[in-house]
Write a protein that binds this ligand. Sequence first.
Ligand SMILES: Nc1ncnc2c1ncn2[C@@H]1O[C@H](COP(=O)(O)OP(=O)(O)OP(=O)(O)O)[C@@H](O)[C@H]1O
Ligand SMILES: [Mg+2]
Length: 344
Amino acid sequence: MDARNSARPNPSARPQSTRRNLEPGDLLDGRFLVTDVIYRGAISTVFKGEDLEDNRRAVALKVPEKQFEVNAALFSRFQHEEDIGVRLSHPLILRFIPVRGKKSRPYAASEFLRGRTLAEVLSAGPLGESEALKLASLVCDALQHMHERGVIHRDLKPGNIIVCDDCSIRLIDFGIALNLEGRNQTFVGFEAGTPQYMAPERIKGRPGGPPTDIFGLGVILYEMLTGSVPSGDPDPTVITEARLTGDPAAPRTLNPRITPQAEEIILRALVRDPRHRYQTAAALKADLEAPDQIEVTGLCRRLQSSTPWRRGLRRARRVAIWCLVPIVIQGLLFLFLWRHYAKE
Ligand SMILES: Nc1ncnc2c1ncn2[C@@H]1O[C@H](COP(=O)(O)OP(=O)(O)OP(=O)(O)O)[C@@H](O)[C@H]1O
Ligand SMILES: [Mg+2]
């Protein structure tokens, strides 16, 4: 993560005006000095800064673009992300910095992470199996902590995992996380995840639970070991259709060096029906840490591809079932009436 647009901390830093976007050199709420742009997204920018109330410690500041500040849904998404982040306390989850008092604009402050996103790491190619399983096992630790506190991440992807310079990881970005204990989650409109990593139940519009994150991690594992996501078509509609109607290609067909045990773990994490996936991150972690003890059940031979003719066949089967229902009901009714009148 190389900081871009670097600016020297300005001793006469301008107090930031809420009429324009933040930029390096600005002083936010008299406390955070903005020094660099780390990442510019469509909705928000992540800056590097210094916390003047904490020995100029390096911080990250995630700030929505000015035009989105007035959007109530986005505003609540930001508030929500910070509320969730502050509730979680785990060495592998991004640590948020609580800000007391009224903020002059929406933003979230957090520890600054030195490292690279997993997406950047993977741009150099797939990982070795033991490294990939170890990394996924660390993500499981973070997920288990979140899930035990009723928080589902729902946007697991390599861009939201930082591989730190000290070889640990951090899970970031709780923008669309679900708080199972909270009511009224009101950021509709900014809730979509990333189709490639989205579990089938999320595509169907369900809120999701712990197995939803297991699916996301399954896609990441697949990508770490094969170099591509399952059904990696660039068209999101093709991906979502594939997630709903088919299984991924067996990982070993893409990379024969993957062991059958690792393949079995990935496929168990990617089962379409969330009830038949790993139910907890702890269960997945146990397998990741002892792959040689896994029973290979031949899941890879029972995979259904999502080819158009298969989709057509399944649709035809559904239509046939729905046509049969009224015929069966009429038949039963006829039988009932016939027996009734035959007695008389
Ligand atoms: N605390 C941090 N320390 C260092 N870099 C960070 C930090 N938080 C975020 N980043 C960088 O900023 C990027 C975007 O962060 P984040 O995912 O939180 O924002 P986002 O607007 O939700 O992005 P997207 O919509 O692409 O997921 C990360 O991929 C990472 O490179
Ligand atoms: Mg993100």
